[in-house]
Ligand binder design. Structure first.
Ligand code: NAD
Ligand code: WQD
Length: 337
């Protein structure tokens, strides 16, 4: 019996594959490489010395996806595949709704048809919108301000309805906070196409000289130093949360929601200073206007995941920065040679 991983070639998927293969789990992986490269899968094999079955399939192609179920005994799914850029989702809402929602509908239909009614879904702290306070617990009200976040909320609702209609389903919704860092080997990591949207890949590209300086989006937020505060979590810790979630899903039915963060908030300036200290590299920056849609502070209360899943983040900020730098300096052009 195998676990199906959708979007396995991506940033979080590749790190999760390493943890699952190392734990001796059998994997079947699908990806259409719309935001990733086959090289990441080759490196997963290199790190683990383990093999897996891979299908280059678009989740929108239901017939091709069904072949994966016909050729393998799937018992559960970890569903990473989706588009994730907030700004792009505002420019191309139909692309985001179609890819993320229709892809998930096709997947869930097949999981049900082939009796694999267990799914761990990649949701996001973005579903909390602008939280009234921090730290955020799972029962906070949800809302969103952009089509990307809307797809995450819609999928959460689709999964809740599925469980209501058929109590055999087991659904774990993981709401990730801000994943950063890379595998300690430096062989896999985040490989954004073009100019990075997110803070850490940008910082790494400045630290390694690919970009001149970091623009800090606003220094007048209601935080300890005026710059935005987030809950950054090491991608390997995040990957391990999926192992705990799958083990939990194997024992339970119904739907559950988990914050996957560290519970600690760091500002943009904290990150810049920690990065410089951890790596010895310089990160020149300039203060720029606020980025539309950004909020002051966002960090998790991760106690539910600790209590129910038995999972807790272990890596600290120093390692997150050091590993991000290791990946970036060994692979200045990402997976492109
Ligand atoms: P990523 O873009 O690196 O990985 C997603 C993978 O899915 C890519 O390899 C892409 O090619 C694939 N994919 C997309 N649409 C597909 C389709 N229709 N069919 C087949 N494959 C498809 O992103 P990531 O950072 O690894 O994120 C994984 C998941 O976690 C996403 O659902 C994302 O929304 C969610 N998430 C990410 C973050 C973050 O900051 N990285 C935070 C919260 C939630
Ligand atoms: C972090 C902080 C910026 C870049 C986004 C999505 C969210 C989730 C994670 C998927 C903020 C500041 C950033 C830069 C900066 N993804 N910043 N200069 O906005 O918390 O979350 O990614 O689900 O949905 O919205 O992450 O890394 O973009 O920003 O000053 O060049 O860094 O203003 O305070 P964010 P981020």
């Amino acid at each position: 019996m195998a676990i199906l991983i959708t979007g396995g070639a991506g940033y979080i998927g590749s790190h999760t594959m390493v943890e699952f293969l190392t734990a001796g789990r059998e994997l079947v992986v699908v990806d259409n490489f719309m935001n990733s490269k086959p090289e990441s899968l080759r490196r997963v094999k290199e790190i683990t010395g383990k093999d897996f079955r891979f299908y280059e399939v678009d989740l929108l192609d239901r017939d091709k996806l069904e072949k994966v179920f016909l050729e393998n005994e799937i018992e559960a799914c970890i569903h990473f595949a989706g588009l994730k850029a907030v700004g792009e989702s505002c420019e191309k809402p139909l692309l985001y709704y179609h890819n993320n929602i229709t892809g998930t509908l096709n997947l869930c239909e097949l999981l049900a048809k082939y009796g694999a009614k267990r799914i761990v879904f990649s949701s996001s702290a973005t579903v909390y919108g602008k939280p009234a306070s921090v730290p955020i617990t799972e029962d906070f009200p949800t809302s969103t301000t952009n089509p990307y976040g809307e797809t995450k909320l819609m999928i959460e609702r689709i999964l809740a309805d599925l469980v209501k209609a058929d109590p055999e389903w087991s659904v774990s919704v993981l709401r990730y906070f801000n994943p950063i860092g890379a595998h300690p080997s430096g062989r896999i990591g985040e490989d954004p196409q073009g100019i990075p949207n997110n803070l850490l890949p940008y910082v790494s590209q400045v630290a390694t000289g690919r970009r001149e300086f970091l623009s800090i989006f606003g220094d007048d937020y209601a935080t300890h130093d005026g710059t935005g505060v987030r809950d950054y979590i090491h991608v390997v810790d995040l990957a391990r949360a999926h192992l705990s979630a799958i083990e939990y899903a194997e024992k339970t039915t119904g739907i559950d929601y988990f914050n996957i963060g560290t519970g600690v908030g760091y500002s943009v300036l904290d990150i810049v200073h920690a990065y410089e200290t951890a790596t010895g590299a310089k990160v020149p920056y300039r203060i720029a206007p606020r980025r539309p849609g950004d909020i002051d502070e966002c960090y998790a209360n991760p106690e539910k995941a600790a209590k129910v899943l038995g999972w807790r983040a272990e890596y600290g900020l120093e390692e997150m920065c050091r590993h991000a730098y290791g990946w970036q300096s060994q692979n200045p052009n990402g997976y492109d040679k």
